[in-house]
Design a binder for this molecule. Structure first.
Ligand code: SAM
Length: 210
């Protein structure tokens, strides 16, 4: 199958799984996922699969990435904090949607590789190597925060760095390999929360993680 046909097949899978935001689907079309997977894995880049990226970590499956991105409901120039840069694919999608992206990764080698990939594709994102469970106070408050690793509980630090009306999407649960994808929306008088789906992410490791 030629690449465009593979991409459209993936778009069809995502649509069947309930991804309806045309901006998110268009960003998935445009961002070349094959540039973010490990060498030798390019032929699997357009399948709805998580793939290894080294250091025991993964690039998440496109349907999970699309679902989380859809729930962030991004507007142009929104300030979005991502915890878990990994390959940089999610960060590139957020840039493609016009967000100002701040992304934290705890594994230096992954962050440096992701920075190279995004630079080569001309996506501008601000990166940090460190423990994302503490957030990034210097650039807070954020319109949205996306956590791409599974947390035992929702870090209060991240909730405290959201704007009013801001959205936090995070997989949470007391099992290391299965979480409930949860959306929090900050209101004047607290947080509204909604459980979206059951997913499986690698663990969020840090002061406010595992
Ligand atoms: N968003 C990534 C992408 O598009 O490729 C996928 C991320 S992978 C599922 C989760 C990432 O979170 C891993 O790279 C892992 O090292 C990172 N991680 C885990 N705990 C972290 C923490 N406390 N701070 C920052 N990154 C963390």
């Amino acid at each position: 199958m030629i690449v465009n046909a593979r991409i459209e097949k993936l778009i069809e899978i995502l649509t069947n799984k309930g991804i309806s935001d045309s901006r998110v689907l268009q960003a998935i079309r445009v961002v070349p996922r094959d540039k973010f997977v490990a060498p030798g894995m390019e032929h699997k880049a357009w399948e709805d699969q998580a793939l290894p990226i080294g250091y025991g970590q993964t690039i998440s499956r496109p349907s999970s990435v699309a679902l989380m991105t859809q729930h962030l409901n991004i507007n142009r120039n929104d300030r979005i904090l991502e915890i878990g840069t990994g390959s940089g694919y999610q960060a590139a999608l957020l840039c493609e949607l016009g967000a100002q992206v701040f992304s934290i990764e705890r594994i230096k080698e992954l962050s440096l590789k992701a920075q190279k990939t995004l630079n080569a594709l001309r996506y501008h994102c601000i990166f940090k190597i460190g423990d994302g469970t503490l957030g990034w106070q210097q650039y807070a408050p954020f319109d949205g925060i996306i956590v791409t690793a599974g947390a035992p509980v929702t870090p209060d630090t991240l909730m405290g760095q959201l704007k009013n009306g801001g959205r936090l999407i995070i997989p949470v649960g007391n099992k290391r390999n299965e979480q409930i994808l949860t959306l929090y929306v900050k209101k004047d008088d607290g947080f509204e929360s909604q459980e979206i789906d059951t997913l499986s992410f690698v663990p969020l490791i840090g002061r406010k993680g595992w």
